[in-house]
Design a protein around this ligand. Structure first.
Ligand code: NAD
Length: 486
C-alpha cells in the first residue's frame, strides 16, 4: 500500500509536522485518504509569535496596494491550481463535482479578488465640529488592522467559508491564523501552499490543523490573538464566547440555523417546488442556509407535497463526479448517525414520512460511506424537537398555514434567526412579510443567491455581527478617531 499523504500545519513560512496524527476519511467509501498532523501547543505559540512579528515588520508595514496585489496573486494561483482544489474538496466532503466546480472553489477565489479590491476603499469618516468656545475642530478616523485574527471555519463549505474571512482580514492588514475543521483540512493545506508560492510574507498567514477541542480552544483563549472570527455550530460559539471573555476580544459569529420557506397561495407553484427542493437538499442539507421547515398555504398543500416528493425522489445520489449527481454523502459517519437519529426522532414524535427516512443501498463500496436519503416529513407541531433543533441534513418538514400573520409568528417561533425564503408573486406581500421575519437574510422567489457586497449574518442563536462588503471591512479594522483643534 502506498504511503498516505500527511497534511501539516504551516507556521512562520514552514510546513511543520507533529507526532500526533489522525485519519482523513473519504465519506464516499469510508477509506482513509490522508493523515492529519495535529498542531501542538508549542506550534500554536509559534504561529502567534510569527503572526505578531509579521504585523510589526512585513505585512503590517505594506501599503494597501502592495497587500492587495499579493492577494490577487493568491487568487490567480488558486485559479491555476483549481483542479487540485476541486479534487481535495470532493475527497474531504463527498460533495458533487457540479457544486464544487460552480460554487465552492470559484467563490474561494472570488473572495480574494473581491476583498483585495474593496479594501482600497476602506476609508474613515470626517466631521467638522463646533466647539463650545466658538472654535472648530476636525474629527477624522483612520482604520488600522486589529492585529492577529484567529479564523475558525467549519466543514460544510470549507474553502468558501474560510476565504470569506481570511481574504477581508488580510486585505485590511491583519495577520491570520486559520484553524479549519478537522473533517476538511485539505483545501486549507493547499491554500497554505498557494500563500507560500506567491510570496505572502511569513507569518502573515498561518495554518494550524487539529481538533476543535484541542487546537481550536488553544487558539481562541490565547492572549496573543486580537480577534476571533468563527463559523460553526451555535454550541461551539457559546464555548468560544466564554473563552474570549477574559480578554474581551472582538468576535464575529456565523452560527447555526433552523430556516423556513413560506409558500403563499399566490406563489408560482412550480418555481416554489423547484426552489424548495434546492434549498432543502443542496449539499445534502449541509448549508447553514438550508430550509428545514416549509410552510405552505393550505390551498396548495397537497399539490406542493406531491411536487416536492416527485422532485426529491428524482435527486440523483452517488459518486460526486458521476454525471447528473446532485448530492453525495454526508460529511462523516458521526454526522450520518446524528442525522439518522433525527429521522428516528421524527418517527418517535409521530411524523408522517412522505419520502426517504433511511440510507440508500448501492451494493458496492458506497455502502461503507455516509450516504442518506433526502427526506420529507409532515404532521409535527412547531414545538416538536425536529422542528426546533438544527439537523443539518437533507430533511424538511412541511406544514400547512392559513394566513399571513399566523405564518410570520410560526416562522419566528425558533431560537435561531439566520435565513428564510418567501415564495409569492405578490410584490407587496413580499416587501411586507420579509422585514417581519426575525432573520438576517430573506430570499424572495430564490435561495442562496449571494452578492459579496451585501450584509451576511444572523440574529438570535444564529450569530453576532455581519460580514460581507463594508461590514467585513468594519469588523477587520479598528477605527482610530483623531480630533484636531483648529
Ligand atoms: P463546529 O462548531 O463543530 O466546528 C466549527 C469549527 O470550530 C471547526 O473548525 C472545529 O474544529 C472548531 N471548534 C470546535 N470546538 C471548538 C472549541 N471549543 N473552540 C474553538 N474551536 C472549536 O461546526 P461544524 O459541525 O464544523 O459546522 C456545522 C455548523 O456550522 C452548523 O451548525 C451550521 O449551521 C454552522 N454554519 C453556519 C454558517 C453561517 O454562515 N451562519 C455557515 C456554515 C455553517
Amino acid at each position: 500500500m502506498s504511503e498516505l499523504p500527511i497534511l501539516t500545519s504551516y507556521i512562520d513560512g514552514h510546513f511543520i509536522n507533529s507526532d500526533t496524527h489522525f485519519d482523513n476519511i473519504n465519506p464516499v467509501n469510508g477509506q482513509t485518504v490522508a493523515r492529519i498532523s495535529e498542531a501542538t501547543p508549542k506550534m500554536i505559540e509559534d504561529a502567534v509569535i510569527s503572526a505578531r512579528a509579521a504585523q510589526d515588520s512585513t505585512w503590517g508595514k505594506m501599503t494597501v496596494n502592495e497587500r492587495c496585489a499579493l492577494l490577487h496573486k493568491v487568487a490567480d494561483r488558486m485559479a491555476e491550481r483549481e483542479e487540485e482544489f476541486i479534487t481535495a474538496e470532493i475527497t474531504d466532503t463527498g460533495k458533487s463535482l457540479f457544486q464544487v466546480k460552480t460554487i465552492d472553489i470559484p467563490r474561494g477565489t472570488a473572495n480574494f479578488r473581491f476583498f483585495a479590491d474593496l479594501a482600497k476603499f476602506n476609508s474613515g469618516e470626517t466631521f467638522i465640529t463646533d466647539t463650545p468656545t466658538g472654535d472648530k475642530a476636525l474629527n477624522y478616523s483612520v482604520n488600522k488592522p486589529l492585529g492577529v485574527v484567529g479564523v475558525i471555519s467549519p466543514w460544510n463549505l470549507p474553502l468558501l467559508l474560510a476565504t470569506w474571512k481570511i481574504a477581508p482580514a488580510m486585505a485590511c492588514g491583519n495577520s491570520v491564523i486559520l484553524k479549519p475543521s478537522e473533517e476538511t483540512s485539505s483545501t486549507a493545506f493547499l491554500l497554505a501552499k498557494v500563500m507560500d508560492e506567491v510570496g505572502i510574507p511569513k507569518g502573515a498567514f498561518n495554518l494550524i490543523l487539529g481538533r476543535g477541542s484541542a487546537v481550536g480552544d488553544a487558539l481562541t483563549s490565547h492572549h496573543g490573538i486580537d480577534a476571533i472570527t468563527f463559523t460553526g455550530a451555535s454550541s461551539t460559539g457559546k464555548q468560544i464566547m466564554r473563552s474570549v471573555a477574559e480578554r474581551v476580544k472582538p468576535i464575529s459569529f456565523e452560527l447555526g440555523g433552523k430556516n423556513s420557506a413560506i409558500v403563499f397561495a399566490d406563489a408560482d407553484l412550480n418555481k416554489a417546488i423547484k426552489g424548495v427542493t434546492r434549498s432543502s437538499f443542496t449539499n445534502c442539507g449541509q448549508v447553514c442556509l438550508c430550509t428545514e421547515k416549509v410552510y405552505v398555504h393550505r390551498s396548495l398543500f397537497d399539490a406542493f407535497i406531491q411536487g416536492l416528493k416527485r422532485e426529491a425522489e428524482q435527486i440523483k445520489i452517488g459518486y460526486p463526479k458521476d454525471k447528473d449527481v446532485f448530492i453525495g454523502p454526508l460529511v462523516s459517519k458521526v454526522h450520518q448517525q446524528k442525522v439518522l437519529s433525527y429521522y428516528q426522532l421524527a418517527k418517535n414524535e409521530g411524523a408522517t414520512f412522505v419520502t426517504g427516512g433511511g440510507v440508500p443501498k448501492f451494493n458496492d463500496e458506497r455502502d461503507m460511506g455516509c450516504f442518506i436519503e433526502p427526506t420529507i416529513i409532515t404532521g409535527l407541531s412547531d414545538d416538536a424537537r425536529v422542528n426546533q433543533e438544527e439537523i443539518f441534513g437533507p430533511i424538511c418538514h412541511v406544514s400547512p398555514f392559513d394566513d399571513e400573520d399566523e405564518v410570520i409568528e410560526r416562522v419566528n417561533n425558533t431560537d435561531y434567526g439566520l435565513a428564510a425564503s418567501v415564495w409569492t408573486e405578490n410584490i407587496s406581500r413580499a416587501h411586507r412579510v420579509s422585514p417581519q421575519l426575525d432573520v438576517g437574510l430573506v430570499w424572495v422567489n430564490t435561495w442562496f443567491l449571494r452578492d459579496l457586497r451585501a450584509p451576511f449574518g444572523g440574529v438570535k442563536l444564529s450569530g453576532i455581527g455581519r460580514e460581507g462588503g463594508k461590514h467585513s471591512l468594519a469588523f477587520y479594522s479598528e477605527p482610530v478617531n483623531i480630533c484636531v483643534h483648529i
